[in-house]
Structure formats: structure tokens, C-alpha cells
Design a protein around this ligand. Structure first.
Ligand SMILES: *[C@@H]1O[C@H](CO)[C@@H](O)[C@H](O)[C@H]1NC(C)=O
Ligand SMILES: [Zn+2]
Length: 318
């Protein structure tokens, strides 16, 4: 018991240092000036996981446990509005010399070299993009292989994030597998509904992910062409809602744009990414405006404890 409390206090103390979060590179979590890659102290399992983020740095992380507009969420009808991709101005600069690619411990992140998002009269500048595995948002109840977060910040320090699901690509057309060569009929089969082709940008970025297997390390990607993804985003729609960072301090007021587009990653590249990222998805939160699930859970536990005490009392009296 004492040991458990000690471990908790130690964890809480350790996390008072830098946070590397979804908001890395923004005013909420500025990048280190000396170029070192700071490793996040929160995690996704056990006592440093999302059930206990609020306690890791109190009161700074309070919104993680009490906020009522927390992210990610299940993207079901009624929680979002649709915004056509053609109705936003989105530019992301190519990175012909490659980009810095960092392992923050809690995610792998590409440091961008300029880009902007204009929605209505609000202008945001792109800071970085990073990846979650599996997806954090659910697509109408279904998790996807991964999710990419492009993080933008306005001059007024508001944050907008474009979230894009990444599915396992259908590679049967490009390179027939051994299996389909043996069972020739399979090659004639049309791709499954929702099948996506591999996205060159993702294949290029993750071709070097094994070089940053250790948290706190960085490498340089091959040259990155961003128009492929930007064009896909513009040609689809965004499911928009007001939510939060999906990492501590879980700040709200984040303008979410979850794309209806799908990027693709080949199975081999997915495994390579998974071996480095591991698992970094916060559990789906309650619907925007509904009580925080941790408060619901705390009240439920308290009610159960009271009932148990009352039950024990009744038993003793009988
Ligand atoms: C979610 O699935 C239900 C049941 O299939 C469907 O009626 C609904 O339109 C879907 N909503 C979205 C946002 O895709
Ligand atoms: Zn994120």
C-alpha cells in the first residue's frame, strides 16, 4: 500500500518536467531551444496512463478528469458538423531536404517547414504532425489502424488539429502476394469496400522510423512531397467539433477537423511503425457536453462503496 502510494508520488514528481504532447511545438509545449528531443513523461498504460493523467500534474492536467469537451470521441451522427475540404484554405510546404523526425516517447513527430489552415476568418499555422496507433477517434464506432494529427496554432494561440485516419493499404493490385499467386482466383476479386492505396508520404516517412526506435532520438526523412495528402484532404470533407488535446494537459477549445478521407499504409510499413510507436491512443471520451467519464466513474464507485457499507451493516444487524 505504502509502496503503491510512493510510486504514485514519484510518478507525479517525475512528470512535473517537460511534457511532449499533441501540442508539442505550440505555446502549450514549446520545443527545446537547444534542439534536444524532450521525452514525454506521461504514458498510455498503468498509473501514467490516461485514467490517471489528471493526478500526474495537478491542477494543470485537471481537464483530463473533469473536462466535458474532451477528445478523442466516437464520430457518430450528431457530434460533428460537416465542412467541405474545398471550403478551407490549406497549404503545407514540401520539404525537399527532408524533415526532422523525432521520437517523443509518446509519439513520433515530423517537424514541418511551413503550412497554414484558414477556416472562415481564422488563420492557423502548421507546427508539426504526429501519429497515433491505433486511431484515437472512432469512425462511427470503428477504430482505424492509425491516425495522423496535423497541429496548427493561431496568433491568438488557438489550436486546430486535422485528424486523418490511416488504413492498411490494399497491396494486392501493386504486388500479388504468394498466396494470391497460388490461389489465382483471388487476384480477380475486387478490392474490399473502403480499400485504400498506400500513401507515398507515409511510406517515405516510415521508411526511416526504425532509426528513431529509441525515445529522445531524431533523424531526417527523405524529401517529403505534401501535395498528395493536401489534395486528398481538400477533395473530401471534415467532421468538425470543438474538443481538446488528446494528451495532457487535455486543454479544451481545440478546433477538430477529422477528415472523411483515408490515407493508406502497407502492412509491412504498418508493422515497422507499430514496433516503434507501440500503443498511444487515449480511450474515447464522452460525447461533447456530457460529463467526463472519469467523474461518472468516480460517482459510480462511491455509490457502490456506500451500498457495500450499507449491505455490510444490514448483514451485521441481522
Ligand atoms: C453510422 O452508422 C449508422 C448505422 O449504420 C448509420 O445510420 C449512420 O449514418 C452512420 N453515421 C456516420 C456518421 O457515418
Ligand atoms: Zn495527437
Amino acid at each position: 500500500m505504502g509502496l503503491t502510494l510512493g510510486a504514485l508520488l514519484l510518478a507525479a514528481w517525475a512528470t512535473r518536467t517537460a511534457y511532449a504532447s499533441c501540442a508539442h511545438g505550440t505555446f502549450l509545449s514549446p520545443r527545446a531551444e537547444d534542439g534536444t528531443v524532450e521525452v514525454g513523461k506521461f504514458g498510455y498504460t498503468g498509473t501514467i496512463g490516461p485514467l490517471n493523467w489528471a493526478a500526474l500534474d495537478s491542477p494543470a492536467n485537471g481537464a483530463c478528469a473533469t473536462g466535458t469537451r474532451q477528445s478523442p470521441i466516437d464520430m457518430v451522427d450528431g457530434v460533428f458538423e460537416l465542412l467541405q475540404g474545398s471550403d478551407v484554405e490549406l497549404t503545407v510546404n514540401d520539404m525537399p531536404e527532408g524533415a526532422e523526425f523525432e521520437n517523443l516517447g509518446t509519439t513520433v513527430e515530423v517537424i514541418t517547414q511551413g503550412g497554414s489552415l484558414k477556416v472562415g476568418d481564422k488563420q492557423f499555422e502548421l507546427q508539426q504532425f504526429h501519429f497515433h496507433l491505433p486511431s484515437e477517434h472512432l469512425d462511427n464506432g470503428t477504430s482505424q489502424a492509425m491516425e495522423m494529427h496535423m497541429v496548427f496554432q493561431s496568433e491568438a494561440q488557438e489550436i486546430a488539429v486535422i485528424g486523418t485516419y490511416i488504413n492498411i493499404a490494399d497491396t494486392s493490385a501493386a504486388a500479388p502476394s504468394k498466396r494470391s499467386r497460388v490461389f489465382g482466383r483471388q487476384e480477380a476479386k475486387p478490392p474490399a469496400t473502403g480499400a485504400v492505396a498506400a500513401t507515398t508520404l507515409l511510406e517515405t516517412i516510415f521508411s526511416v522510423v526504425d532509426k528513431i526506435a529509441v525515445p529522445g532520438t531524431k533523424t531526417t526523412t527523405p524529401p517529403l512531397v505534401m501535395s498528395e495528402v493536401v489534395d486528398v484532404l481538400k477533395a473530401n470533407a471534415f467532421q468538425i467539433y470543438s474538443g481538446s488535446l488528446t494528451t495532457p494537459p487535455c486543454s479544451e477549445g481545440v478546433s477538430w477537423h477529422v477528415s472523411t478521407a483515408r490515407l493508406g499504409i502497407t502492412p509491412a510499413t504498418f508493422v515497422k511503425a507499430r514496433d516503434v510507436i507501440g500503443f498511444n491512443a487515449r480511450f474515447p471520451q464522452n460525447k461533447p457536453g456530457e460529463p467526463n467519464l472519469l467523474m461518472v466513474s468516480a460517482l459510480g464507485s462511491a455509490a457502490a462503496a456506500v451500498a457495500a457499507i450499507a449491505g455490510a451493516g444490514a448483514g451485521a444487524a441481522a
